[in-house]
Ligand binder design. Structure first.
Ligand code: SAM
Length: 219
């Protein structure tokens, strides 16, 4: 099996992407609606990590038409489609990796990610979640909807496969390639706690599509 560079993978699939997620990936269609419902009532601005073509934003704009959004994504072709769908919205799109982009401090009411975090190892995610925590205003909320597992053995198998294939293809650790390495729900919760979130809860799950909400309390 040959794996592709992350941005090449999504560039090649950008055209049929929305229909695929809405029709073929169990739980996603309802997950986009649920994520919009989970935003804090008084939300005025959000950061969307790995926003892609913005399927989650399609639902969020229905409830909050004037919300200010920063979307970060590696794949320009995905961002182009998002911009085409919502030319009139307050959208700032950044074509970059969220591991490098500076989110700032206490800037956002909420930060979201949908189906993008299942490609990275624990240590990278804890560091990212820690920056997410810092970028949230006190009382802010991080909502992640992603492909998550129950059994540790299934997570271990996919991480080992990823390592084996990357070795075979001589891919270095710091390059982003597309291979799914979902984590268990309990590992996800633990990573978010390690990143200092005071309240972390799984709130919704359909098949493997799972939503975790992590709250930053007002001190
Ligand atoms: C499965 S799509 C999800 C898109 C959208 N959130 C949705 O649910 O429809 C994953 C997206 O994450 C982006 N992505 C993957 N790794 C990334 C990274 N390190 N930084 C920014 N974007 C990334 C990809 O380019 C792709 O657009």
């Amino acid at each position: 099996m040959m794996i592709e560079k992350m941005s090449d993978f999504f560039t090649a699939r950008a055209d049929g992407y929305d229909a695929h997620m809405l029709n073929d990936v169990e739980g996603c269609k309802d997950g986009y609606v649920k994520m919009a419902e989970l935003l804090p009532d008084a939300v005025t601005n959000i950061l969307d990590l790995g926003c892609g073509t913005g399927l989650e934003l399609d639902e969020i704009f229905k409830i909050y038409p004037n919300i200010k959004v920063i979307g970060v994504d590696l794949t320009k072709a995905m961002l182009d489609r998002l911009k085409q769908k919502h030319p009139d919205k307050d959208l700032t799109l950044i074509n970059a990796s969220y591991f490098n982009y500076n989110f700032g401090i206490e800037k956002f009411d909420a930060i979201i990610s949908f189906q993008t975090m299942h490609h990275f190892p624990h240590d990278k995610k804890i560091e990212l979640y820690s920056r997410v925590y810092s970028a949230l205003k006190p009382g802010g909320r991080y909502i992640e909807c992603d492909y998550m597992l129950i059994e540790q053995k299934d997570e271990d198998f996919l991480f080992k496969e990823n390592e084996r294939i990357r070795k075979e293809q001589n891919i270095s650790d710091d390059e982003f390639y597309h291979f799914d390495t979902p984590c268990t729900i309990s590992n996800q919760i633990e990573m978010l706690r390690k990143a200092r979130f005071e309240k972390v809860e799984m709130v919704w799950r359909v098949e493997n599509t799972t939503i975790i909400v992590a709250d930053k309390t007002i001190i």
